[in-house]
Structure formats: C-alpha cells, structure tokens
Design a binder for this molecule. Structure first.
Ligand code: BV8
Ligand code: ZN
Length: 248
C-alpha cells in the first residue's frame, strides 16, 4: 500500500476549499474488476473502439455491438464498488459544493452512495428505443439484437463516438469545473473529449488540479499535483486527511 505525501498547497486546498469537483474514468473501477478501455486487459484491446462504440457499427452490425454490451453488462452486474468509489461518496459529504463527473457507464459511483453523479457517457444498463424513445433497464434479452415493445430497435443508452454528450449534464460539468477551487482527475487516460477538457477548464479558472492515476496520462501536463498509483489506495488517504484537517 503506497502512503502518499501532501504538499502544503494541497493541504491548504483540502482544508479551505468549498467548491470541489472530480472527474473519473475507467481506472476508478479497475480495482472492482471492470476492464479499462486502454489498459493491457483493456476492452478496446479485443475490439477497436471505433469499431463497436459508434452508431455506424450498431447500424451495420447490431448483433455484434449488442453482444459486446451484453458481455460488459454481465461483468459489471457481478462487481462491487471499491474503496476509491466509497472515498468519493465520502468526499461529497465533506464539502459544501462537491460535483462528481464520470465518464464511466458502470453505475458503481451510484452503488457506492455518491449523492449526485453527472454521467457524461450514459449508463450501460439503460436501453433506449430508437423509434419511441422509451427507456428501460431490461437485461438478458432472449433475442439479440433486442426489440422494443413498439417493434422499434433498442440501443444501449450510452454516448458513442461521434455522438453528442447529454447537453445539460455536460453544461453542469463544465460549470462545476469552471467554478471549482480544487479539481481531481481520477483513473482516466484523458484521451476522450470533451470529458478530457474538463481539468483544463478548471485549471484555467484557477483551480488546483490533482491527478490520481495508475500512470501518467494525456492530461498529466495540466495537473499541478500527480499521484501515480491505485485510486482505491490513494483516495481513502486523501479523505482521511480532509477529516483530519477539518477536525484540527
Ligand atoms: C462528441 C461510452 C460532439 C460507450 C465512450 C474534441 C472535442 C469533442 C469531440 C472530439 C474532439 N476530438 C475528437 C473528438 C471525437 C471523440 C474523441 O474524443 N475521440 C478521441 C479518440 C480523440 N469524442 C466523441 O466522439 C464524443 N462526442 O464530442 O460529440 C462531436 C461529434 C463529432 C465530432 C466532434 C465532436 C463522445 C465520446 C464518448 C465515447 N463513449 N464510452 C461505452 O462505454 O461503450 S468513451 C470510453 O472512453 C468510456 O466512456 C471511457 O470512460 C472513456 C475514456 O476512457 P478512460 O475512462 O480514460 O479509460 P482508459 O482505459 O482510457 O484509461 C483508464 C486510466 O486509468 C488509464 O490511464 C490507467 O492507467 C488508469 N488506471 C488503471 N487502473 C487504475 C487506474 N488509475 C487508478 N487506479 C487504478 N487501479
Ligand atoms: Zn419503442
């Protein structure tokens, strides 16, 4: 277990910030057993992201795309939040204004009790009908690709490459980054936009930006402080430090 050091400016921000935000990516779920997108066991390794997570792929090969999502749903259904998720749920209680923004579609932040979560890329468990727009959480279809009761085609309600992010969620996330005094970027390679642009928005508006990631990322250069290690080991230490500072 890696014990982390705290720079004075980080201690000051942890103690005195009122507006804090955190952006998470697949890495925060890695210790729960969810394969990341670009790691050695990455999901994309077996499948090219542009090949499957796009509407074109769904249109041309709905069976393959649905099999990929069903495969991932089956993994995600069996796993639990890890100490990193619980630490972020705890952090939300420690700040007057805390915003959790995630690129993940696995709902583990919700399972860990985070009160308010901005899901930039949707939710893998939700289905949406392309015809009537109806959404539901049916899983384990007897036919793939599944059909809606109206006869329309069902799709996973996630944001594919080339698709717009949910406007209101993105707007609120941009605003939270813009207004934050302390911004965490956790478990993300910083490869996917516009999510990866959020730490830069925070930084430009004066926030202290802290990275918690297993390895350097494409946005490490934007971060003031970098912890390279496991989020499930590092985040609980940060939350314990906040409590210590708040009690003193
Ligand atoms: C869009 C949902 C408008 C589906 C996903 C500039 C602006 C806007 C858009 C673009 C732009 N430039 C390019 C684009 C287009 C594109 C894009 O970003 N392309 C990339 C390749 C450059 N963006 C889009 O298409 C977005 N749409 O902007 O619409 C538009 C439209 C057309 C043209 C322009 C604009 C939509 C993007 C959303 C795609 N959907 N997922 C699904 O899940 O199936 S993306 C997918 O990647 C997941 O959401 C995932 O979360 C996300 C990001 O990956 P990460 O979370 O970072 O995961 P990764 O594996 O990469 O990294 C994990 C990290 O964790 C690693 O660094 C690892 O070291 C670390 N780690 C591992 N273990 C641990 C750990 N860290 C800590 N602890 C550990 N234990
Ligand atoms: Zn329908």
């Amino acid at each position: 277990m890696q014990t982390i050091e705290f720079e004075d400016r980080f201690l000051e921000a942890l103690k005195n910030s009122t507006r804090v935000a955190a952006l998470t990516g697949a890495g925060v779920s890695a210790e729960s057993g969810v394969p990341t997108f670009r790691g050695e066991d990455g999901l994309w390794k077996k499948h090219n992201p542009m090949e499957l997570a796009t509407f074109e792929a769904f249109n041309s090969n709905p069976k393959l795309v649905w099999e990929w999502y069903d495969f991932r749903r089956n993994i995600i259904r069996k796993i639990k939040p890890n100490p990193g998720h619980f630490a972020l749920a705890e952090m939300a209680k420690l700040y007057e204004n805390f915003t959790l923004i995630t690129q993940n579609v696995d709902r583990l932040h919700m399972a860990a009790g985070s009160p308010e979560i901005h899901e930039l890329h949707g939710n893998i468990h939700r289905n949406r009908c392309l015809d009537c727009g109806k959404m539901d959480y049916t899983e384990g279809f007897d036919e793939i690709p599944p059909k809606c009761a109206c006869g329309g085609r069902l799709r996973p309600d996630v944001v594919w490459f080339g698709e717009m992010l949910p406007a209101e969620t993105l707007e609120k996330s941009m605003l939270a980054a813009h207004n934050s005094e302390l911004f965490f970027t956790i478990g993300t390679s910083g490869a996917i936009y516009p999510a990866a642009g959020l730490p830069g928005v925070a930084k430009k508006n004066g926030a202290l930006v802290v990275e918690v990631n297993l390895e350097p990322s494409e946005i490490s250069h934007v971060c003031d402080i970098k912890y390279h290690g496991k989020s499930g080991e590092i985040l609980p230490q940060i939350v314990n430090k906040i409590k210590e500072l708040r009690q003193s």
